[in-house]
Write a protein that binds this ligand. Structure first.
Ligand code: UD1
Length: 376
């Protein structure tokens, strides 16, 4: 399971661990790997927990983003929250004991983030949290619990948007631990957008640029209750008569649809279901869409940066800057609110994004500098 570079052992330089487990983590990991590569005094190792393992959710992202193969794969796979978190804890702790790092860097708010922060913290290995301080104030979301616990345990909290600074101050986190480094996802976006646009992804699906809506949804609040999922699918089918809809279906959504007996052939031809797409196709589909429907946190940020209308299928967001200064509108899964926001977009009356501080493509450089000055 563990592959360690022998040079590190002979020189006795312990690396830092960069831990990623699920799709949104990989987008944040890539620019930091690039920024740390030339820093000889701070070697790093990439640890994949294996929370996401399908090519579409994992390998495809590593490839599209040019991330080297992980040094270690904990291969934890899927399970209930308890099972998945426990498995990561157990395997990551074993790795920490066998090969102690100088620090552990965790990203975002997935179960891997929480589990690795807990394991490291208990062994008194410093924890760095990239994308700290975000709060939806909705503890029915597993990610909110992951964010709160990770932040409490972190020794360095690197914040992506202004609300994060306020939240951490309100929670009494010592300001000495907190740095405003900006949004590292935007680094990936800026770097990869030209290549993404070369993909001409909408054409591949027979869709004209600017003439379709792109849909992703996988949150429990939208897909776990059969009546909610069914109502949403019926609504999107109706909308697709006016504006063709491309639906990249996350595996957890697909399994919920299968349980309901809904097959791709049951949907009208204008409402097309496809497999989850890789990072480049995702950017290309967002950039060329008339609008995006999503419950993803990352896509709220990407559409804001791309200035594409984003109707967010949630009642709250941990990324309020995307609503206040960006293109996101919270519509929940309420049919009237979805229809009314859609109408505003179709009439050309929808808001535009303004610049957001520190979403400038240089977050990874700032983070690498902080890591180097702290741990080398
Ligand atoms: C996880 C994150 C969520 C993030 C999302 C992005 C948590 C709590 N949730 O949710 O914040 O927005 O990733 O995708 O960490 N599955 C596969 N193949 C895979 C992985 C999962 O088919 O490679 C299926 C399994 O049936 C699994 C289900 O998807 O049970 C859910 O996977 P899981 O990693 O538990 O959470 P996500 O819903 O992907």
């Amino acid at each position: 399971m563990v592959i360690m570079d022998s040079i590190l052992h002979t020189r006795r330089i312990s690396p830092i661990y960069l831990v990623a487990g699920a799709r949104p983590n990989f987008v944040k990991l890539a620019p930091l790997v690039d920024a740390l590569r030339p820093v000889e005094c701070l070697p790093f190792r990439i640890i994949h927990t294996g929370q996401h393992y399908d090519e579409a959710l994992s390998g495809g992202f590593f490839q599209a983003l040019g991330i080297p193969e992980p040094d270690v794969d904990l291969e934890v796979g899927s399970g209930t929250h308890g099972v998945q978190t426990a498995r990561i804890l157990e395997r990551f702790e074993r790795l920490l004991l066998e090969s102690p790092p100088r620090a552990v860097v965790v990203f975002g708010d997935v179960n891997s983030t929480l589990a690795c922060a807990v394991a490291a913290s208990k062994l008194q290995v410093p924890v760095v949290h990239v994308e700290a301080g975000l709060r939806s104030f909705d503890r029915s979301m597993p990610e909110e619990i992951n964010r709160i616990v990770t932040d409490v345990l972190s020794d360095l909290l690197l914040v992506s948007e202004p609300s994060g600074l306020v939240n951490l101050e309100n929670e009494g986190i010592s300001p000495e631990k907190v740095r405003f480094t900006g949004n590292i996802m935007i680094d990936s976006l800026e770097r990869m957008l030209p290549r993404a646009l070369e993909r001409r992804t909408p054409e591949r699906f027979g869709l004209p640029a600017g003439g379709y809506a792109y849909l992703t949804m996988h949150r429990p609040s939208n897909v776990d209750q059969p009546e909610v999922l069914e109502r949403l699918l019926r609504l999107f089918a109706e909308i697709s008569w006016e504006l063709p809809l491309l639906f990249a279906v996350h595996p957890r959504t697909r399994s919920r649809m299968e349980a309901l007996g809904i097959l791709p052939d049951d949907l009208p031809a204008t409402f097309r279901m496809i497999e989850p797409v890789d990072y480049l196709d995702s950017l290309c589909l967002q950039k060329n869409a008339r609008l995006v429907f999503t419950d993803s946190g990352g896509i709220q940020e990407e559409t804001t940066y791309l200035d594409i209308p984003c109707l967010t299928l949630r009642e709250n967001t941990e990324r309020p800057v995307t609503v206040e200064r960006g293109t996101s509108t919270l519509v929940g899964n309420n049919s009237e609110r979805i229809q009314s926001a859609l109408e505003t977009v179709m009439l050309g009356d929808y808001k535009h994004a303004s610049l957001i501080p520190m979403w400038d493509g240089h977050a990874a450089t700032r983070i690498a500098e902080i890591l180097t000055s702290t741990f080398s």
